[in-house]
Design a protein around this ligand. Structure first.
Ligand code: SAM
Length: 306
């Protein structure tokens, strides 16, 4: 194989389940700064390990893009927890023309194949088309399978949009998704600048398409640490959550600490979160005042003033 071909890894596969070549290039859209599989030329990859994402369209899209970029004969290992798409991996790879050998370990399905000389190009094209960005009527926005609430309005987002007061000055939307909160913030003519931050490259790309506003700046970044911001008048956020587990709680709490750090004295955070998530305590230890502004459909909206 040519020396300039690269090995890629998608996500963070458990090391005991798959061998990732040293120097592998990260291609997950959830890792800021990673390369985009979409941009990789056919035949440019010497091998790939894909920790396949849980959504069917998102997973088939990633597998199809990886197969398109692999050179014929190059190895592909795809793995996923059994309950999160693993049980479907073999069939999905076979539908693209691969011959698969599958095993199970640590509640994961691990599928090994090589990129065949002939792929099912039609199946690949459908997967790439179906998993790509598109205009979603229900949102009135560009979106993509895999991004947060990609094809339906989130009730938490809606509650925060309905509760927001007129905003003014410089602000940030931490975890902006495709930009629904940001659009609501920018509807205020007194907002002079808004930084939209998300760790998901696809979400930031959609937000750029959705928000055509000179006051907006877009950042593909981990909002807990980047970009460098200070002295803001307001922050809006619907912090990430999946199942309300410990990881979610600490992520939401880190978002709140970051919001506190980047606000000016007297600046305000507007937050929506699942009612059961314990954010009030963190807010009360750092913010001067914390006020519950709305509660509905299992969500709470807080205003926290620094
Ligand atoms: C609950 S969604 C909210 C999206 C959007 N603000 C809305 O209300 O529709 C949370 C967002 O945070 C993003 N996210 C998760 N972890 C992040 C991190 N560490 N830094 C920045 N964004 C993150 C997710 O990709 C997701 O788009």
């Amino acid at each position: 194989m040519s020396a300039d071909r690269v090995f890629c890894v998608y996500g963070s596969p458990l090391s005991e389940l798959a061998d990732v070549a040293s120097g592998a290039v990260q291609v997950s859209p959830l890792v800021p700064g990673s390369q985009a599989l979409e941009d990789m030329a056919p035949g440019s990859l010497s091998g790939a390990v894909v920790a396949a994402p849980p959504g069917t369209m998102e997973r088939r899209y990633g597998l199809a893009l990886a197969l398109r970029a692999l050179t014929p004969g190059a190895p592909l290992t795809a793995l996923a927890p059994n309950e999160k798409g693993g049980s479907r991996l073999s069939k999905e790879l076979e539908s693209f023309g691969c011959t698969v050998s599958a095993s199970s370990k640590r509640h994961h399905r691990v599928c090994r194949t090589v990129r065949p000389a002939m792929l099912d190009d039609a199946a690949l094209a459908v997967a790439i088309d179906t998993g790509g960005p598109r205009f979603v009527e229900a949102l009135g926005q560009w979106s993509q399978p895999g991004v947060f609430s990609w094809d339906a309005l989130d009730p938490g987002t809606l509650l925060l949009v309905a509760t927001l007061p007129p905003l003014a000055g410089r602000g940030a939307d931490l975890g902006c998704g495709v930009g629904l909160l940001a659009a609501a913030a920018l509807a205020n003519p007194d907002v002079t600048h808004l930084d939209l931050v998300d760790m998901d490259r696809r979400a930031v790309a959609c937000a750029r398409r959705n928000i055509r506003d000179k006051r907006a700046a877009f950042h593909w970044a981990d909002a807990r640490i980047n970009p460098q911001l200070e002295g803001l008048d307001f922050v809006v956020m619907n912090p990430p959550f999946h199942d309300g587990g410990a990881e979610d709680r600490s992520l939401g709490q880190a978002f709140l600490r970051r919001a506190h750090q980047i606000l000016r004295q007297g600046g305000t955070t507007w937050l929506v979160a699942n009612r059961h998530l314990p954010y009030e305590g963190v807010m009360k230890t750092s913010f001067a005042t914390v006020t519950l502004r709305a509660e509905a459909h299992g969500f709470k909206v807080y205003e926290a003033r620094k």
